[in-house]
Design a protein around this ligand. Structure first.
Ligand code: SF4
Length: 104
């Protein structure tokens, strides 16, 4: 088991946490007793932080490739997102921003 000191990302308090992991899998989180913001204590959200990193949850929520939201006319039909190629999306975004930006 590996322990890594870090910061809870949920709010501005920035409590110190110690993340327990086994290889790439996070197995637990506890408060860092040496951190001046929380002295080892965590609220409910912070103390359940590791539950957001279970294999079942990360498989559902982690994007493995870029998705592009369809335009309004296409939103009326499913699916609402389509797989996108990073380079093509970047080119489309630049074109759309340039349509709306006035260059003096
Ligand atoms: S443990 Fe709770 S109070 Fe501390 S940073 Fe996380 S959400 Fe905020």
């Amino acid at each position: 088991m590996t322990e890594t000191r870090s910061t809870c990302p949920y709010c501005g308090v920035g409590c110190g946490v110690i993340i327990e992991s086994d290889g790439p899998q996070i197995t637990g989180v506890r408060g860092d007793p040496d951190h001046p913001a929380n002295f080892g204590k965590l609220c409910t959200k912070g103390s359940t932080l590791h539950l957001t990193a279970t294999p079942a949850i990360t498989r559902q929520t982690r994007l493995l490739q870029p998705l592009r939201r369809l335009r309004l006319a296409q939103l009326l039909q499913r699916p609402r997102f389509e797989l996108a190629q990073t380079g093509r999306v970047r080119t489309e975004l630049v074109a759309r921003v340039l349509e709306r930006v006035e260059v003096p």
